[in-house]
Each structure stands twice: as C-alpha cells, then as structure tokens.
Write a protein that binds this ligand. Structure first.
Ligand code: HEC
Ligand code: HEC
Ligand code: HEC
Ligand code: HEC
Ligand code: HEC
Ligand code: HEC
Ligand code: HEC
Length: 259
C-alpha cells in the first residue's frame, strides 16, 4: 500500500444520478492505483453519519481506523468511510436495514481486492490461507472498524501472535526451550497472505534463519552458524528438516530445537 497518508488524493466524479467515487492513490513513486468501492444497483451513497444511528458498535472507534481516511469533501458522499466497503447505503436505509441491500465483505474477499490489488496477487500464490475458497476470511484477522485493522497487535491489547494462535494452537507453547524468534512475531518467518514457498515461509532455505543468526566462513573454508561447526550439515537440506532444528517454534526437550 502506498504511504504516507498525506499523499492520498480523492476525487468525486458525478455521472447522471450515479455517484462514482474514484480514490486516486498517489504513490511516492510514479505508479498510481485506481480504487473503487463496491456498487449496488440503484443505490446511492448516504454517508457514514447515517449508519451510526443503527450501528453504534461498528461506528464507535471508526474515527481511529485507517479506512476512515476514505472520505470526500463533497455532499452527499461526505464521510463515505463505511460505504467504501459496504457499498452505497440508500436502499439499505430505505428498507430499514434489509440485509440483501448492503454488502458484507466477510462473505467474499472481492470487496477488499478492489482496492488491495496486491493482496489479490498474494492470495493467488501457491501457498496461502484458504481465503479464496471461503474457509478463512480477511475478517478473521482484520477488523477494519478500528485502528490499523489488524485484530491483535499495534494499538490492540492482544499481541500480534494472538491472531494466529487463535487457530494454530500447536505453535503456542509454553515451551521449556523457547525460540526467541517467535516472540518477534510469526510474520518474521511466514508470509501469512501467501508465498511461493511451502508453509508460507518467507524463504525456502537457510536465509530464513540467517535473518538473525550469524554465519561465519573460516579461512580453511569451514562454515560456522551460531558459533558452531555446520559445514557438513548445511548440504543436507534446510535448517528445519533432516533431523536438525525441527522444533523451530520451540521445544520441550532440546535446547537446540532438534525435536
Ligand atoms: C475496510 C472495510 C470496511 C469499512 C470501511 C467498514 N466495514 Fe463494516 N464490515 C467490514 C467487514 C470485513 C465486516 C465483516 C466483519 C465480521 O463479520 O466480523 C463488516 C461487518 C459490518 C457489519 C455487520 C456486523 C455483524 O456482526 O454482522 C456492520 C453492521 C458494519 N460492518 C457496519 C459498518 C459501519 C457502520 C461502518 C462505518 C462506521 C463500517 N462498517 C465500515 C468491513 C468494513
Ligand atoms: C435504520 C437503521 C439502519 C441504518 C441507518 C443502517 N442499517 Fe445496516 N442494518 C440494519 C439492520 C436492522 C440490519 C440487520 C441486522 C441483523 O439482521 O442482524 C443491518 C445489517 C447491516 C449489515 C450486515 C449485512 C449482512 O449481510 O450481514 C451491514 C454490513 C450494514 N447493516 C451496514 C450498514 C451501513 C454501511 C449503513 C450506512 C450506510 C447502515 N448499515 C445503515 C439497520 C440499519
Ligand atoms: C475503497 C478502497 C478500500 C477498500 C474497499 C478496502 N481498503 Fe483497506 N485500505 C485502503 C487504503 C487507501 C488504505 C491505506 C490507508 C493508509 O495508508 O493509512 C488501506 C489500508 C488497509 C490496511 C492497513 C491499515 C494500516 O493502518 O496499516 C488493512 C489491514 C486493510 N486496509 C484491510 C482491508 C480489508 C480487510 C478490506 C476488506 C474488508 C479492505 N481493506 C478494503 C483502501 C481500501
Ligand atoms: C491469517 C490472517 C490474515 C488473513 C486471512 C488476512 N490478513 Fe491481512 N494481515 C494480517 C496481519 C497479521 C497483518 C499485519 C502484518 C504485519 O504487522 O506485518 C496484515 C496486514 C495487512 C495489510 C497491511 C500491510 C500489507 O501487507 O500491505 C493489508 C492491506 C491486508 N493485511 C489486507 C488483507 C486482505 C485484503 C485480506 C483478505 C483478502 C487479508 N489481509 C487477509 C493477517 C491476515
Ligand atoms: C481463522 C483461522 C486462522 C487464523 C486466524 C490463522 N490461520 Fe493459518 N491456517 C488456517 C487454515 C485453515 C490453514 C490451512 C490448513 C490446511 O490447508 O490444512 C492455515 C495454514 C497455515 C500455514 C501453513 C500450514 C501448512 O501445513 O502448510 C501457516 C504457516 C499458517 N497458517 C500461519 C499462520 C499465521 C502466521 C497466522 C497469523 C498471521 C495464521 N496462520 C492465522 C487458519 C488460520
Ligand atoms: C523462526 C521462524 C519461524 C517463526 C518465528 C514461526 N514459524 Fe511457523 N514455521 C517455521 C518453519 C521453518 C516451518 C516449517 C516446518 C516444517 O516444514 O517442518 C513452520 C511451520 C509452521 C506451520 C505448519 C505446521 C508445522 O508445524 O509444520 C504453522 C501452522 C506455523 N508454522 C505457524 C506459526 C505461528 C502461528 C507462528 C507464531 C506463533 C510461527 N509459525 C512462527 C518457522 C517459523
Ligand atoms: C527473528 C530472529 C530469528 C530468526 C528469524 C531465527 N532465530 Fe533462532 N534464535 C533467535 C534468538 C534471539 C535466539 C536466542 C539467542 C541465541 O541463542 O542466539 C535463537 C536461538 C536459536 C537456537 C538455539 C541456539 C542455542 O544454542 O541454544 C536455534 C537452534 C535456532 N535459534 C535455530 C533457528 C532456525 C533453524 C531458524 C530458521 C528456521 C531460526 N533460528 C530463525 C532469533 C532468531
């Protein structure tokens, strides 16, 4: 996503009765991404203020959210925020909350993909969370109604790893021999949106571990990692297979994370 926030440009183009909102995101680079909120046939934008009356829960912390920036100065689409994901709300309002007259992005990631084109790409990589098949939703890990939209971490009370541990209890511990790397966050090693590597790893080989561990090459051509002889080991496979450090997330029995 392009940053910083101050570079976000927004325009409204009026066409007949339909209001088309084009959010033009200007990057620090020369590339530009065009974004559009979902459309609902026959409906027009009515503004976030209208939603608040019936949806206090979602509106309560919305001012703190990154998506609240998706506003425009013109009426009646002033503070379009909510409708940037839920689509224009006039028919939903006229029917006093008919569910079929508004978009719920939990059901399909397509709403998010409309603006987050890069995520569309990531979720089409060979190893991803099963979001396209509907088994996992963007909303399992994201609450766009507050803060930075990540359910845990950042400004939230729970730690960033808690989002993951909700579904991946096996990696939780407590372990007798912890791997400090896990405290840094699951995302140091996993590209949780998608990766070309198995298990959504950020790297397919030892470079994953050498982000933090020091590799030393001695003059006689020997290899040391973490101060220990590794010359013969590294040719056998990755650090976490072939009986080496298979307990990458932590071990109950072995300080070198072997099992
Ligand atoms: C960035 C996209 C986005 C924006 C902006 C957004 N929402 Fe949502 N909304 C979602 C997603 C995703 C869900 C599904 C979340 C879930 O089921 O936990 C949702 C669900 C809802 C629901 C249904 C909740 C339920 O329990 O079924 C309501 C009501 C709602 N939003 C209202 C609002 C209001 C009001 C605003 C503005 C103050 C708003 N939304 C702004 C993405 C958004
Ligand atoms: C007059 C009251 C009212 C207003 C105003 C209103 N809603 Fe709703 N909304 C409801 C009711 C009632 C429901 C159905 C709740 C249910 O069945 O659980 C609902 C449901 C929803 C849902 C869930 C739909 C689903 O498929 O699960 C979303 C999303 C939503 N509203 C968004 C909005 C947004 C965005 C606005 C402002 C543009 C808005 N609402 C304005 C009353 C309202
Ligand atoms: C209408 C366009 C639009 C839609 C639809 C949209 N987003 Fe965004 N989203 C943005 C923009 C623009 C930003 C960048 C805001 C910024 O840089 O602070 C953003 C930022 C984010 C961030 C990062 C927030 C941060 O503070 O770092 C997350 C996470 C996110 N969006 C998730 C979602 C999810 C999940 C959905 C679908 C439910 C969604 N978005 C739908 C436009 C959109
Ligand atoms: C398995 C949990 C999970 C799922 C599913 C997920 N996300 Fe995320 N996403 C995260 C976490 C955690 C972060 C924060 C990463 C960080 O702090 O480095 C994040 C960050 C982001 C960001 C901001 C940083 C960036 O990478 O650009 C955007 C935008 C985003 N997600 C959009 C989406 C969209 C759209 C979907 C659904 C198509 C989605 N995410 C599904 C966990 C998830
Ligand atoms: C809503 C539940 C849910 C959440 C939250 C979640 N995951 Fe997952 N995760 C899954 C499912 C379902 C799969 C697919 C399992 C399968 O295909 O057998 C998966 C698969 C994975 C895999 C690949 C496993 C394999 O055997 O290939 C990794 C790695 C992973 N998740 C890491 C994470 C990380 C990191 C986070 C936090 C950012 C996270 N998950 C959050 C449900 C979740
Ligand atoms: C130091 C790097 C690293 C960190 C940090 C890390 N993982 Fe992993 N994870 C791996 C490696 C390497 C594998 C592949 C293990 C294998 O193939 O046997 C893996 C595999 C997985 C799998 C697939 C099941 C398995 O055990 O093979 C899941 C699920 C998973 N990790 C979740 C998480 C979660 C959740 C966190 C955060 C609490 C996390 N990981 C943190 C390196 C890491
Ligand atoms: C985010 C940084 C980080 C990453 C990435 C990381 N580690 Fe670690 N690891 C640490 C820290 C910090 C320690 C504890 C201090 C130490 O012993 O160096 C540690 C300790 C270890 C230990 C125990 C060393 C001992 O002598 O007790 C092993 C084994 C280990 N890591 C293997 C791995 C493997 C294998 C990978 C790749 C899958 C990996 N680490 C990735 C930070 C990391």
């Amino acid at each position: 996503m392009p940053r910083p926030k101050s570079l976000i440009r927004q325009r409204i183009v009026w066409g007949g009765l339909a209001v088309w909102i084009l959010l033009l995101i200007a990057c620090a680079t020369t590339s530009r991404t065009m974004m559009a909120p979902p459309q609902i046939a026959g409906a027009v934008f009515i503004g976030s203020g209208t939603c608040t009356a019936c949806h206090a829960d979602q509106a309560q912390f919305f001012d703190s959210s990154s998506h609240a920036l998706l506003q425009d100065e013109g009426d009646p689409a002033k503070f379009i925020g909510c409708e940037s994901c839920h689509g224009p709300g006039s028919m939903h309002l006229a029917s006093f909350g008919q569910v079929g007259a508004i978009v719920n992005p939990r059901r399909s990631p397509e709403t998010c993909f409309q603006c987050h084109l890069d995520k569309h790409g990531e979720f089409h990589l060979p190893n991803t969370h099963p979001v396209l098949t509907g088994k996992v939703s963007c909303a399992d890990c994201h609450d766009p109604h507050r803060g930075d939209a990540v359910i845990a971490g950042g400004t939230q009370l729970a730690s960033a790893n808690d989002t993951c541990l909700e579904c991946h209890a096996a990696q939780q511990g407590p372990f007798v021999f912890e791997h400090e790397a896990v405290r840094e966050g699951c995302v140091t090693c996993h590209s949780h949106h998608g990766s070309v590597n198995p298990k959504m790893l950020r790297a397919a080989n030892h470079t994953l571990c050498l982000q933090c561990h020091f590799q030393e090459q001695t003059v006689d051509g020997r290899l040391k990692i973490g101060g220990r002889e590794h010359t013969a080991y590294v040719s056998r496979g990755t650090c976490w297979t072939t009986g080496c450090h298979e307990a990458t997330h932590g071990s109950q029995v072995d300080s070198t994370l072997r099992f």
